[in-house]
Design a protein around this ligand. Structure first.
Ligand SMILES: [Zn+2]
Length: 575
């Protein structure tokens, strides 16, 4: 409406009752990824994600807040803290003034406060790429540090969104020190047993990547976000190599074990809500879990095979059982896991080098209470089996498991390991990356873990590869599972000088559940034969829930002491 029309209307009332058709003006925006022109209105409705190629565009902190926090729930903290030009750095004052204008009047490159996300209370910091590319000077560091300190005082989890070009050069070494300052505040918050979830958005780099962006209990990344310490141009200039497609992008970060999951923008609030709920004791009995798509998919993630196995014959030999548990038709551990637990959300990565697909691990609920579940996965179909190393973990798998066990310990959450593996993967890279050291670390850590641990040998329990997930308060075996120091074939070749005597070796090694129960190596047998899979899953769930309940009646100290005595007793000599 023109100024003239408006003033006319105000003075004299409507000029006409007939609505005037004003042609809608379409503003087009070009997608920086697929180069298509997109209607700005459509783009906004689609949360600034390109409807054609899925590119997640950069968005400012206020918009991010509006997309994340429950409406009206945000209470801002420390809004008045702003940068000071302590070095009288050339042009800094002008740059700050320009940044304030560009960001719509923000005083600094982060906003902090308290909010609820899907009903779950949390402290929140959201960095702002519109303000000097989210660079971190003293004011940004101070605000985030205060956010962690206040969250620690008030017993709140912290959710942070990072976007940053790194430390702000204009404030010299004071900027660099913010990395240490915030990291210490993160550590204190963590030591108070509180959760920190970080969401990496495009771009997260430099000093922010090398500090609080990588210090969370759970790390999420938006698709295709650049997450780097040294930026790609610096790496290219230094190495004189052209970087491969996707280098330092979210999916690369996921594959290298440094984030737990890549989540589309539209799913981020429900994912955060669910993760917060899983860590909020008060919510379990009173509020329904937020239904995030990753945890509550519409279709089964690990469908059961069409042809289920028959019960083992009454006179089955030990070697018959070995062949039986290796049968491709046997339901995979994740498919049984999916039927036994609710709302499983997979977490990835060892935070050191990689993510091992032979181990599927994450959080779920058992009878409404959160548990950490770690399962070996042989895969379904030849392609997936190869990708998952036929369920033989690499060091990264044991390290991922250990990382998640530690996370469980921090939140006093029971750990349930479901094991079906021929053994740890005997590959070159596995040796280079320290397979032996990774298993050894798990034995020590599991022995000392101050939270209940249950391991179930679901099929094949192959040697050290199985034991790396099986130093537990309760070690159970399915009635038709086997657990052995070496594969029968390996034993036959080494001791009998022929692979043909595997059946004799299997018999001699003592690998069946009843034998190991009598020997005191395992604590119980789960009857697994003669049921339909659903009935089995129901019985299995009840069995696990009973065990968890029993163990939760013990103090952390009692658990660790009893675990020590249990393993101390195996092969004990009293004289
Ligand atoms: Zn696009």
């Amino acid at each position: 409406m023109s100024e003239r029309q408006k003033s006319l209307n105000e003075l004299e009332g409507p000029v006409t009752e007939v609505p005037i058709d004003i042609p809608e003006r379409t503003i087009l925006v070009r997608c920086p990824h697929c180069r298509h022109a997109i209607d700005a209105g459509v783009l906004k409705q689609n949360l600034d994600v390109c409807p054609r190629c899925g590119k997640h565009m950069r968005i400012g902190a206020r918009r991010r807040l509006a997309l994340t926090a429950d409406q009206g729930s945000f209470e801002e903290w420390d809004a008045d803290i702003e940068a000071k030009d302590i070095l009288s750095f050339p042009d800094y004052k002008e740059k700050l003034a320009a940044a304030r204008q560009k960001s719509g009047g923000e005083k600094e490159a982060v906003i902090c406060g308290r909010a609820t996300i899907q009903g779950e209370p949390c402290a929140l910091f959201i960095m702002n790429g519109d303000f000097m590319m989210g660079s971190m000077g003293a004011a940004v560091g101070e605000k985030i540090c205060r956010c962690f300190e206040r969250a620690t005082e008030e017993g709140l989890p912290v959710v942070g969104f990072t976007v940053s070009g790194g430390a702000r050069m204009q404030e010299g070494l004071t900027s660099l020190m913010q990395m240490a300052k915030v990291s210490n505040a993160v550590r204190r918050h963590s030591a108070a047993g509180l959760l920190y979830i970080c969401v990496l958005t495009d771009p997260t780099s430099g000093g922010v990547t090398a500090s609080f962006a990588m210090e969370a209990d759970i790390t999420i990344a938006e698709p295709d976000a650049l997450v780097a310490f040294a930026g790609p141009r610096v790496v290219e200039q230094t190495t004189h190599k052209k970087l491969p497609q996707g280098f330092q992008r979210s999916e690369f970060v996921l594959a290298h074990g440094f984030c737990d999951m890549v989540v589309e923008r539209k799913e981020i609030p429900s994912t955060l809500g669910y993760l917060l709920w899983l860590h909020d004791k008060e919510a379990w009995g009173t509020r329904e879990a937020p239904k995030c798509a990753a945890a509550f998919p519409e279709e089964a993630r690990w469908p059961l095979p069409h042809h289920l196995e028959k019960p083992a014959a009454a006179d089955a030999s030990a070697y018959d059982l070995v062949k039986r548990v290796r049968n491709a038709d046997r339901p995979s551990v994740p498919s049984i896991m999916d039927m036994t637990f609710e709302g499983f959300i997979e977490l990835h990565g060892d935070h050191e080098f990689g993510d091992d697909a032979a181990i599927v691990a994450g959080l779920a609920t058992l009878d409404g209470h959160p548990v950490t579940v770690i399962a070996t996965d042989r895969g379904r179909g030849i392609k997936e089996r190869v990708a998952r190393n036929y369920g033989s973990p690499e060091p990264e798998g044991y390290r991922k498991s250990l990382r998640l066990m530690k996370e469980a310990e921090k939140f006093h959450r029971p750990v349930i390991c479901l094991v079906d593996t021929s053994g740890a993967y005997p590959g070159m890279e596995a040796e280079e990356h320290g397979q032996g050291a990774a298993i050894a670390d798990n034995l020590v850590a599991m022995g000392a873990l101050r939270t209940p641990e249950i391991t179930v040998i679901m099929g094949e329990g192959g040697s050290g590869g199985a034991l790396g997930l099986a130093v537990s308060d309760r070690v159970l075996m399915l009635s038709d599972a086997v657990y052995s120091v070496v594969s029968p074939e390996g034993c036959s070749t080494i001791l009998f000088k022929t692979a043909k005597r595997a059946a004799d070796a299997a018999e001699a090694l003592g690998i069946t559940a009843p034998f190991l129960k009598d020997l005191g190596i395992i604590d119980g047998i789960v009857d697994a034969e003669g049921f339909g899979t659903e009935e089995f899953a129901e019985r299995f769930r009840k069995c696990l829930a009973d065990q968890v309940q029993e163990l939760e009646g013990m103090t952390e100290g009692e658990l660790v002491d009893a675990r020590y005595e249990k393993y101390r007793a195996i092969g004990r000599r009293d004289s």
